[in-house]
Design a protein around this ligand. Structure first.
Ligand SMILES: Nc1ncnc2c1ncn2[C@@H]1O[C@H](COP(=O)(O)OP(=O)(O)OP(=O)(O)O)[C@@H](O)[C@H]1O
Ligand SMILES: [Mg+2]
Length: 635
C-alpha cells in the first residue's frame, strides 16, 4: 500500500497513545507555564532554529507530489524525456534535502532536550540533597529516582517531540490541504469524508490503549518491586532462612501472569487500532482513485493531478490523527514538569538561619535544655506521592494519621568541654534521637541544643558538621574503596594520615591483610566487613576528621572480648581530649564517663556518676545488674 499512515508529521499518532489520556483532565498549578518558560529561556535561540527547520521540512512534504504531477502532465504526456529526467532529479534532491533537514533538526532537538534534562536533573539533585534527614526517612528511593529519570525526560519532551509534532503537523496539514484544494476541490471533499472514520478509532481505541498501558505499568512496577526486594542481599537471606520456595514461586507467577495478560490485551488492541486505520486509509485510496479516475476520464483533472493526490493523501491522515490527541502530549509534558517542580518546591525543614554564625573556636561543651521533640509528620517534610507511588494513582490526598506523641520530653543535660557523657537506657528510650538532635539532623519542638553555649539553630551547618564527628549505630559505608570512604571524611587526606587513623581505630591490621588493602571495595556489595570491623572503619573515618565533639552510638551487637577490647581502644582514641557523648552498652564505657544520663521513655530519669547512680538504687542500678554486669570486663 502506498500510503504510510505516519508518513508525514513528527511524533506520529502512535506516540500520544502511549501516554495516559486522563492527564487531559488535570488542572495545572498556576504559574507552571511561566516556570516552564523559564527553563526554556536558555535554549531560546536553539528552539527558534529548530522550529524554523521543522516548518521548512513540513512545507517540503507537498513538493514531491507536485513534482510527480509535473512529471506526468508535462513530461510523460508531452514525451519530453529531458524534463522527466530533470524533474525526477528534483524529486531526488527534495528527498536529500529532507534527509539533511531531518538530521539537523535532530541535532537541535537532542541539544535542547538533553540540555534541559541536565538542568532539571542537577536542580532536583541539589535540592534533594538539601532536604533534612526526615525527608529521607519517609521517602521511597524508587519514587525519587523516577522523578529524576522518567519525569525529567517527560518534561523535556515538551520542547522537543511535543512542540515539534505540534508545529510540523499543523504546517503539514495546512500545506497538504491547501495543495489538495488547489488541485481539485471535488476529490478533496471525498478524501475528507473518510476523516471521521479515522478520528473515531483514533480517539476511542486510543483511550482504551492508554488505560491498558497504565495497568501494564502498574503491574510491571509490582513485578519489579518484588524482584528488587527478593534479590538484594538482605531479602535473599530472609527468603533462604525463612522462605517457602513454592509460595515465592506462586506469588511471583501471579504477578507475572498479570503482566502477561495485560500484554496480550495491549498487543491486540493496538493491532486492531492500526488495522482499522490501515483499512480506512485503503478505503480512502479506493475512493480517491475511483472518483479521481472518473474525473480524469471526463477530463476534469489530469492524470498527474490524480497521482499527486494519491501521494498527498498519505500525508493527510497522519497529522490529523496526531493533532486529535495533541492535548494528551502537551499535558503529559506539563504534568511531568509539575511533578519535578513539586520536588523543587519542597522546603527543607532544617536550614541555616539568616545571619547564622560559625561555632566559637576551642573546646566545646554539649548541652540540652528542656528539649521536647516529636518526629515530624509526613506532610511537614515530604510529598505523599514520594512516599507511596500508588497514592499518586489513587489520588489520595491525605497522609495517614500518625502517632504524634513526643519522643523526648524536657530533656536536659550538660557535658563540659573535654568531658565524656554516657547516655544509657532501655531500647526505644530515645538515645539515638538525642544524638540526631545534637547533630542538628532535626530541630527540637521546644527547648534548645547548645554547643559551646550557642544554640545549634543559630550556627552555620558547615561549622557544625566540622565540629562534630559521629559514629552511628549502624555505620554505613559507601560501595567504594576503603580509601574513598575515608577520604569522604577528609578530602585530600594523605596515605600516612589514613594509616594513622586506621591504626588508632585498631583496624589497620585487617586492612593490611586484605588483598587490595586500602583499595578494597566495601559496602553492601563489596567485601563484607563484620559489624565490629565496619564500626572501627567508621571510627577511623571520624578520627581523620578530628572533630571537637564526638558522638558515638555503640553497636549493640555482641562482640567477642578481643574485638570488644579493640573497639574500646579505638573509642578511647576517638574520645581522647574531646567532648564526647556516647550511647553506652558496655560497662567499660559507662564507668569511664564523667556524667551518666539515664533515659527512660524520652525522659531523663537520673543523672550522675557510676558510683552515685549505683548508690541511689534507681533505674541505673537495675540496668547495671541486668545489662552491663554481663558484658565482658575490659576496664
Ligand atoms: N522517624 C521516626 N518517626 C517516628 N518515630 C520514630 C522515628 N524514629 C524513631 N522513632 C521512635 O522514637 C523512639 C526512640 O527511638 P530511638 O532510636 O531514639 O531509641 P534508642 O534509645 O536509640 O533505642 P535502641 O537502644 O534500641 O537503639 C522509638 O519509640 C522509635 O520508635
Ligand atoms: Mg538507638
Amino acid at each position: 500500500m502506498s500510503m504510510g499512515m505516519g508518513g508525514a508529521g513528527r511524533g506520529g499518532f502512535a506516540s500520544s497513545f502511549r501516554k495516559d489520556a486522563s492527564v487531559v483532565d488535570h488542572r495545572l498549578k498556576p504559574g507552571t507555564t511561566r516556570r516552564v518558560a523559564g527553563y526554556a529561556k536558555p535554549f531560546l535561540a536553539q528552539i527558534v532554529a529548530f522550529l524554523a527547520l521543522t516548518v521548512l521540512s513540513s512545507l517540503l512534504v507537498v513538493a514531491t507530489p507536485l513534482l510527480l504531477q509535473r512529471i506526468i502532465d508535462d513530461g510523460v504526456a508531452n514525451a519530453d524525456t529531458r524534463l522527466v529526467i530533470v524533474l525526477a532529479g528534483l524529486v531526488a534532491v527534495v528527498a536529500l534535502v529532507e534527509a539533511i533537514l531531518g538530521l539537523v533538526e535532530r541535532w537541535f532537538s537532542a541539544r535542547i532536550g538533553e540540555g534541559l534534562i541536565y538542568d532539571l536533573r542537577t536542580d532536583v539533585f541539589d535540592h534533594v540533597q538539601q532536604q533534612s534527614i526526615a525527608f529521607f526517612t519517609r521517602t521511597q528511593t524508587g519514587s525519587l529516582v523516577t522523578r529524576l529519570n522518567t519525569d525529567v525526560i517527560g518534561a523535556q519532551q515538551a520542547f522537543t517531540s511535543t512542540l515539534a509534532s505540534l508545529v510540523s503537523n499543523v504546517v503539514t496539514l495546512v500545506a497538504v490541504l491547501a495543495t489538495m484544494l488547489a488541485l481539485s476541490w471535488q476529490i478533496t471533499v471525498v478524501a475528507l469524508l473518510v476523516v471521521p472514520l479515522i478520528l473515531l478509532p483514533a480517539r476511542r481505541v486510543g483511550r482504551r490503549l492508554a488505560g491498558y498501558r497504565r495497568q501494564a505499568m502498574a503491574r510491571n512496577a509490582e513485578l519489579g518491586n518484588r524482584m528488587t526486594e527478593r534479590f538484594n542481599v538482605a531479602g535473599a537471606m530472609l527468603v533462604k532462612l525463612f522462605g517457602a520456595p513454592e509460595s515465592e514461586h506462586a506469588e511471583f507467577a501471579e504477578r507475572a501472569q498479570a503482566v502477561r495478560d495485560i500484554g496480550v490485551k495491549q498487543a491486540m488492541s493496538s493491532r486492531l487500532f492500526f488495522t482499522a486505520l490501515g483499512a480506512m486509509a485503503s478505503l480512502a485510496t479506493a475512493l480517491v482513485y475511483g472518483v479521481g479516475g472518473v474525473l480524469t476520464i471526463r477530463e476534469a483533472i489530469t492524470v498527474g493531478t490524480l497521482v499527486a493526490f494519491a501521494a498527498l493523501l498519505g500525508r493527510l491522515y497522519g497529522p490529523l490523527t496526531a493533532l486529535s490527541n495533541v492535548q494528551v502530549d502537551v499535558m503529559s509534558a506539563m504534568v511531568s514538569f509539575e511533578r519535578v517542580f513539586e520536588v523543587l518546591d519542597l522546603q527543607p525543614s532544617v536550614v541555616d538561619a539568616p545571619g547564622a554564625r560559625d561555632l566559637p573556636d576551642g573546646p566545646l561543651s554539649v548541652a540540652m535544655e528542656g528539649v521536647t521533640f516529636t518526629h515530624p509528620s509526613g506532610s511537614e517534610v515530604s510529598l505523599l506521592s514520594l512516599e507511596s507511588p500508588s497514592a499518586d494513582v489513587a489520588g489520595e490526598s491525605a497522609f495517614e494519621t500518625e502517632d504524634r506523641t513526643p519522643v523526648l520530653h524536657g530533656v536536659s543535660f550538660e557535658a563540659r568541654p573535654g568531658q565524656m557523657l554516657a547516655l544509657v537506657g532501655p531500647s526505644g528510650a530515645g538515645k539515638t534521637t538525642v544524638t540526631a538532635l545534637l547533630t542538628r539532623l532535626y530541630d527540637p519542638d521546644s527547648g534548645s541544643v547548645l554547643l559551646g553555649g550557642v544554640d545549634a539553630r543559630t550556627v552555620t551547618s558547615r561549622s557544625l558538621r566540622a565540629a562534630i564527628g559521629v559514629v552511628t549505630q549502624d555505620s554505613h559505608l559507601f560501595h567504594d574503596t576503603i580509601r574513598a570512604n575515608l577520604r569522604y571524611a577528609r578530602e585530600g587526606a594523605t596515605e600516612e594520615q589514613m594509616w594513622d587513623a586506621l591504626e588508632s581505630a585498631q583496624i589497620a591490621g585487617l586492612v593490611r591483610r586484605l588483598p587490595d588493602g586500602l583499595d578494597t571495595v566495601v559496602g553492601d556489595r563489596g567485601h563484607r566487613l563484620s559489624g565490629g570491623e565496619k564500626q572501627r572503619i567508621a571510627i577511623a573515618r571520624v578520627l581523620l576528621r578530628s572533630p571537637r565533639i564526638v558522638v558515638l552510638d555503640e553497636a549493640t551487637a555482641h562482640l567477642d572480648s578481643e574485638s570488644e577490647a579493640a573497639v574500646q581502644r579505638a573509642l578511647d582514641q576517638a574520645m581522647a581530649g574531646r567532648t564526647s557523648v556516647v550511647i553506652a552498652h558496655r560497662l567499660s564505657t559507662v564507668r569511664a564517663a564523667d556524667v551518666i544520663v539515664v533515659l527512660e521513655a524520652g525522659r531523663v530519669v537520673e543523672t550522675g556518676t557510676h558510683t552515685e547512680l549505683l548508690a541511689s538504687g534507681g533505674l541505673y542500678s537495675e540496668l547495671y545488674a541486668t545489662q552491663f554486669a554481663q558484658a565482658p570486663h575490659t576496664a
